[in-house]
Ligand binder design. Structure first.
Ligand code: C2G
Length: 446
């Protein structure tokens, strides 16, 4: 039996893919098709796929041409598969001519003619575009626009700032066609808005945008009252709109891998989570101004809460806060969460500096994520026997913003299937924690 293997993403499955598979099949008696995993595509810079790996596998299976389907998860897997399955021929489209010659050490390499005039990229570009407007033209908004250019089904077309001059400069700088004079003018021009204004304005803008029928991507911290968060989700659900909180850490590939590894039990039962995020600010910074909801909790707790809620859940028994207060804001806060079967803590500071790492402690070992853990591409799983320690590295481009933008736009365009990286319940609980703190419940001054 002559075995043939080929690999691909097979996004938006089309005639070119079908022709390739049938030509590969004709080379032998048994065809193995490797379909790239979503993570592998992200890592190789192919981040605009519209179909997830299960949909792409189903499309290949539906052709009836594959005798076996495997998932391609990592660079170098082709060699492993060729040896594991005792493959005679590796086949792939002529657009890869020469690139896989190194595989001839293991099997015959055949480049098959590519079907001209069709490609997944072309089909993706024919799909509907999401027109986006930005509210707030500060530092994160300036990073957002270039990152959005990596996402092929979104186009940033407008911006708004109460200071029109700032909006004009922003639009000029980024080549955006519309500088809106009012939020209503912005809403009329777009399908979705990215709220990157000061956090005390988030609730009003998000509410207004949802009432105007716009999808909302809101920067963190989302809102500071649970009732406000509930109302925003209600407005979105009633209108079939997407409401996503832009917590970019949740979209970093390494963070996603860390969560799935820990949830799979690699360190046993998780007993403790501790996270620190501190960024020293000058005393006159708005972020330390009580008039603008300044303070360490308001600024950084949304990051440190994420691993705690993701790994120990949202049903903690109680929280105690210990804060160092200066000019009516907390320049440092340590929070301790008691769970039924675990404990968690975080440290946040704008006026106190500490090591910004994340440590997750378990009954078989622990996870160590070095500073700055909240935008990490690296972590370690460590055991008593250090020979068993494992290091993981998941490089990613940009600030992680493009991944959050892609998820937001995917949830708008493909209503049927979408899993938000930060759940509604997690966002409600984050607002509840912020609210509890602001009310001074269980807050002890140090
Ligand atoms: N293909 C083709 N004609 C087209 C488009 C694609 O023959 N018009 C072929 C490609 O050459 C490839 C297969 O169909 O052999 C799958 O194409 P993609 O889904 O674009 O996969 P690709 O990114 O080429 O990944 O490890 C993955 C492999 O490197 C191929």
């Amino acid at each position: 039996m002559k075995k043939v293997i080929t690999y691909g993403t097979y996004d938006l499955f089309h005639q070119g893919h079908y022709n390739l598979l049938s030509r590969a099949k004709a080379l032998g008696d048994y065809l193995i098709v490797g379909v790239t995993s979503d993570t592998f595509d992200l890592e190789r810079g192919k981040m605009n796929t519209c179909n997830n790996v299960m949909e792409r596998i189903d499309a290949v299976r539906a052709t009836g041409l594959a005798d076996k389907i495997v998932i391609e998860e990592y660079k170098g897997q082709k060699i492993d598969d060729i040896q594991k399955y005792n493959v005679d021929i590796f086949a792939i489209g002529s657009d890869w001519e020469g690139y896989f010659d190194y595989l001839s050490e293991y099997c015959q390499v055949v480049y098959l003619p590519r079907t001209e005039g069709i490609s997944s990229t072309q089909l993706r570009n024919e799909r509907p575009m999401v027109r986006m407007g930005i509210i707030g033209t500060g530092s994160i908004a300036n990073r957002f626009v270039p990152e959005a250019e990596f996402v092929n089904s979104v186009s940033v077309v407008a911006a708004y700032n109460p200071d029109k001059r700032e909006a004009d400069e922003f639009c000029l700088r980024h080549g955006l066609p519309h500088s809106a004079a009012t939020p209503a003018e912005l809403y009329a021009l777009v399908d979705a808005v990215y709220i990157a204004s000061p956090h005390y304005t988030h609730y009003e803008y998000a509410r207004e945008a949802l009432l105007a029928g716009k999808h909302v991507l809101c920067e963190t911290p989302f809102v500071f009252r649970e009732a406000e968060a509930c109302e925003l989700y209600r407005l979105a659900e009633e209108r079939g709109l997407t409401l996503t909180v832009a917590l970019k850490t949740a979209y970093c590939p390494a963070f996603g891998h860390l969560l799935s590894l820990l949830k799979s039990g690699v360190i046993g039962e998780i007993v403790e989570v501790n996270a620190s995020t501190t960024t020293l600010m000058s005393e006159d910074s708005d972020k330390l101004d009580s008039r603008f909801y300044g303070g360490s909790m308001n600024e950084n707790a949304c990051f440190t809460l994420l691993p705690i809620l993701k790994l120990l859940g949202t049903d903690y028994l109680n929280i105690r806060f210990y804060s160092k207060i200066k000019n009516d804001v907390d320049v440092f806060t340590k929070a301790i969460f008691q769970y039924a079967h675990g404990v968690a803590s975080f440290q946040v500071g704008l006026g106190v500096k500490t090591e910004g790492n994340l440590v997750v402690s378990g009954t078989k070992g622990y996870a160590y994520v070095p500073a700055p853990w909240w935008k990490t591409d690296y972590f370690e799983i460590r055991y008593e026997d250090q020979n068993r320690n494992k290091k993981y590295f998941y490089p990613y481009d940009g600030e992680g913003l493009r991944y959050e933008i892609k998820d937001f736009v995917s949830s708008i365009l493909s209503k049927d299937f979408f899993y938000s990286k930060v759940s509604k319940q997690e966002n409600l609980v984050m607002a509840r924690v912020q609210e509890q703190y602001m009310k001074g419940e269980n807050v002890y001054r140090i």
